[in-house]
Design a protein around this ligand. Structure first.
Ligand code: XLS
Ligand code: NI
Ligand code: NI
Length: 435
């Protein structure tokens, strides 16, 4: 195979003072932090769709990212060549995992049978390349949103025929994920939502979505796939109202429909689209014990849509890593770079540089989070805010021993509560002192 990455050495750790743009300044895979290798804290994955199928197309402009290994025909041969290039890229980057949609890795055929055959050919190669390189599959998923058949939804389509097609497609995607030893399987509800209630029976569509997910759970069991099933919340785009709006909405949905096996794959840019911070969404999922995996990216502060940029902000990544460390890690999930190059970043070196920068931002976030937690001041200050619940009436409230009558009587005696500062600036200053 032609060496498409000639001149790009495997990316190495060179330390914070390095000025080599293709070196790690913070990410040192084997370094032990909080009792674990850095690599094992993150389980970083390259997203096949952005890094190997991203073209730079936007609503106003044509393809800007033209790769020498791609030809204009979406052929199986091209898909096989691209898969080899992808493994070479991931290996040089020094990352352990990748993620894909079925249609990212193999072209859709004229029939389901042909699509499945195409997929099998590429998966044969992926299996071999995984064995050769040690690179593993973090998760697989099915693209249930690009083909026109899904324009009114997949599992929430008003046409049962489309529901059945989506089921068949997910069945196959789960099989290949299982065959490749995938650690998780993701459901992002691409077009599971609606544009107007005038033509939409929302209750019935949500019932169908739940039915679909129960079928997926049943099938996973039937084939012995014991990876985590993950739902990825997103509030809008492509549909106006997506059913998996945010973490809280998904948690209520899972509980309401008894979907006990599912966890969440939380994405930063989806959090901000929902009007939340990344930390809010992660904390919501983590508090429920259901933070399964992370799509590491960010939006643009000034643009309202899912721009899927590489996250380079250590202030954000340190918050993320505090949540992940506190819940004892992210495995068997990981950090998938669901992020793309800007359409003006047309060089192959940009593909590496973008991942390197974000990997470093998360590594730096881990180091900062570890120091904040080890220091203990932040936790102590937060505990002190709630100290009134540790004894006396507060403890009775928490244990359920107190009711409205006791509390009324108590307040009649105790009078007004004193003013308590939230000390927000002091908390922020404390965290900033660790950067
Ligand atoms: C799109 C989603 C998608 C999922 C996988 O906004 O983030 O890329 O991660 O289907
Ligand atoms: Ni995503
Ligand atoms: Ni996204």
């Amino acid at each position: 195979m032609e060496d498409y990455f000639a001149g790009i050495e495997p990316i190495r750790y060179e330390g914070p003072d390095s000025r080599n743009p293709l070196s790690y300044r913070y990410y040192d895979a084997d370094r032990i932090v909080a009792g674990k290798r850095m690599a094992d804290h993150f389980r970083f994955a390259v997203a096949y769709w952005h890094t190997f199928r991203g073209t730079g197309v936007d609503p106003f402009g044509q393809q800007t990212l033209v790769r020498p290994w791609d030809d204009p025909v979406d052929s199986v041969d091209n898909a096989l060549r691209r898969m080899r290039v992808a493994f070479d890229f991931i290996a040089r980057l020094g990352v352990d995992y990748y993620c894909f949609h079925d249609r990212d890795i193999a072209p859709e055929g004229a029939s389901l049978a042909e699509s499945n055959r195409n997929l099998d050919q590429v998966v044969d190669l992926a299996e071999k390349l995984q064995a050769d390189t040690g690179i593993r599959l973090l998760w697989g998923t099915a693209n249930l949103f690009a083909n026109p058949r899904y324009m009114n939804g997949a599992a929430t389509n008003p046409d049962a025929h489309v529901f059945a097609y989506a089921a068949a497609q997910v069945k196959k995607a789960m099989e290949v994920t299982h065959r490749l030893g995938g650690a998780n399987y993701v459901f992002w509800g691409g077009r599971e939502g609606y544009a107007t209630l005038l033509n939409t029976d929302m209750k019935r569509e949500q019932d169908h979505l739940a039915r679909f997910l129960h079928m997926a759970d049943d099938y996973a069991r039937a084939i012995g796939f014991d990876g985590t099933l993950l739902i990825e919340p997103k509030p809008k785009e492509p549909t106006t109202h997506q059913y998996d709006f945010d973490a809280a909405t998904v948690l209520a949905f899972l509980r309401g429909y008894g979907l006990d096996r599912f966890k969440l794959n939380v994405e930063c840019n989806h959090a901000t689209l929902a009007g939340h911070t990344f930390a809010h969404e992660l904390q919501t999922a983590s508090d429920a014990g259901l933070l399964g995996s992370i799509d590491a990216n960010t939006g643009d502060e000034l643009i309202g849509w899912d721009t899927d940029q590489f996250n380079l902000d250590p202030a954000v990544t340190s918050r993320v890593m505090m949540i992940v460390l506190r819940q004892g890690g992210i495995a068997p999930g990981g950090f998938n770079f669901d992020a793309k190059l800007r359409r003006e970043s047309t060089d192959i070196r940009d593909m590496f540089a973008a991942h390197v920068g974000s990997i470093d931002a998360f590594a730096r976030g881990l180091l900062v989070a570890d120091r904040i937690i080890a220091d203990g001041t932040l936790d102590q200050w937060r505990r002190e805010r709630y100290a009134s619940y540790d004894a006396g009436k507060g403890a009775e409230i928490e244990s359920g021993a107190a009711g409205f009558r006791d509390l009324e009587q108590w307040v009649l005696d105790a009078g007004e509560p004193r003013t308590n500062s939230g000390r927000q600036e002091q908390f922020e200053n404390l965290v900033a002192s660790f950067w």
